[in-house]
Ligand binder design. Structure first.
Ligand SMILES: Nc1ncnc2c1ncn2[C@@H]1O[C@H](COP(=O)(O)OP(=O)(O)OP(=O)(O)O)[C@@H](O)[C@H]1O
Ligand SMILES: [Mg+2]
Length: 369
């Protein structure tokens, strides 16, 4: 192995949250070699302790694959290096508005290729967050670049469900969403502790969501899955303003009561002229050890709702114990048990969503302020 090849190999390692080769980010020094020993400097941007541990492990592993023992010295970036990284990341995040000097987040640019999938429900507890994570992980397993925006600002649960404990890094003006299972994630949960109630008024909520969209490096994700708050309120309205291309999916349980409430949320989405793409029924049945299907919450609610809204029922997610356990410990079932009935159903729904393509009709300008 010559040192040039090794250098190239190390440089190609992706930064764990930015998901860009570290050589493109100016994070790697030249290799130095003394006898058979190589060493390299890893230039770090300001981040909490331990932030680069996983990157160092990846670099060591890449070197070990070539039979090289590599010494990695973590060093703070100089001011110049940091300024360069900041402007590079800003350029990756923002895009010029045609005919003007303004720049907007790529995700919000008129021509963005990113599909925005919003998961809503009429009431809480129907499994909206579980379905958001299920579809997002399924899309990721199908080879897509995916992000999750936890817009359920009062009842955020995405960090826990994906097992993310570190806060986002902030590089200059840009926030870098923590990545888990290859998925970029942003949540209010990163900024408040679990036991602090979030008491925010409309304008603050609006501002927080705006930051999650405007100042976040989402990269070139193909899908942004949005966990919407239950019901319809300020947040959905704000999001509709920022993300005019949001497509909505209603999550419901088979129970009639849940279905009627769900219908309200769907009709509200219609009022906002957000394209409603389908219904996903959750907790549809339980498959016992006897292989029989038990309709614990009744049957047919999803189908009925889909019919009344004139959209397809995209799938039925069974009650699944590993799904719940995985959500509690941060190991999404689609990743941990890809062959299980529930994972196969998530994969199938993801494929259907993929195949239906983006909604064709977008609403005209909606102005809230
Ligand atoms: N299909 C399922 N099988 C088993 N448990 C499930 C299923 N779907 C959701 N759950 C569990 O039900 C609880 C509520 O689910 P989840 O948090 O996804 O719902 P939600 O609609 O997002 O609720 P909230 O309104 O609190 O945000 C969680 O403990 C979750 O693990
Ligand atoms: Mg939730």
């Amino acid at each position: 192995m010559n040192s040039e090849n090794l250098f190239e190999k190390l440089g190609a390692v992706l930064e764990p949250d930015i998901l860009v080769p570290i050589s493109d980010l100016g994070m790697l020094s030249q290799l130095s070699r003394r006898l058979s020993k190589y060493s390299v400097e890893l230039f770090a941007y300001p981040a909490p302790a331990g932030y680069f541990d996983s990157l160092i492990l990846k670099l060591e592993a890449a070197a070990a694959q070539e039979g090289v023992k590599l010494e990695i010295n973590l060093k703070e970036m100089s001011e110049d290096q940091l300024a360069e990284l900041e402007s590079h990341l800003e350029n990756l995040t923002l895009e010029a508005v045609p005919g003007g000097t303004d720049r907007v987040n790529r995700l919000m640019a008129a021509g963005t290729k990113t599909r925005i999938l919003g998961f809503s429900s009429g009431k809480g507890g129907v499994g909206k967050s579980s379905v958001t994570v299920g579809i997002a992980t399924a899309l990721a397993r199908r080879g897509h670049r995916v992000g999750i925006l936890d817009a359920d600002v009062y009842g955020f649960s995405i960090p826990k469900m994906l097992g993310i404990q570190r806060p986002p890094a902030v590089i200059g003006k840009v926030m870098v969403p923590p990545v888990a299972y290859g998925i970029k994630t942003m949540s209010v949960g990163y900024f408040v502790s679990d036991d602090t109630p979030v008491i925010w008024r409309g304008p603050m909520l609006h501002k927080a969501l705006e930051q999650f969209l405007v100042d976040v490096y989402w990269g070139d994700i193909e899908y942004l899955c949005v966990d919407l708050p239950p019901g319809t309120g300020d947040v959905t309205l704000s999001l509709a303003e920022y993300l005019p291309k949001i497509e909505t999916f209603v999550v419901t349980t088979p129970q009639d009561a849940a279905e009627r409430v769900a219908q309200r949320s769907a009709l509200a989405a219609r009022k906002l002229k957000l394209p409603l793409r389908g219904v996903i029924e959750n907790m549809s049945y339980f498959r016992g050890d006897d292989a029989k299907r038990y309709d614990i919450f009744g049957r047919g609610g999803g189908e009925k709702l889909a019919k009344s809204l004139n959209v397809p029922l995209l799938g039925s997610i069974p009650i699944d114990i590993p799904l719940r356990e995985g959500g509690d410990v941060g190991e999404p079932v689609v990743m941990a048990q890809p062959e299980s009935e529930v994972s196969v159903e998530f994969m199938r729904i993801a494929q259907v969503i993929e195949a239906m393509g983006p909604a064709r009709i977008y609403k005209a300008e909606l102005k809230v302020r």
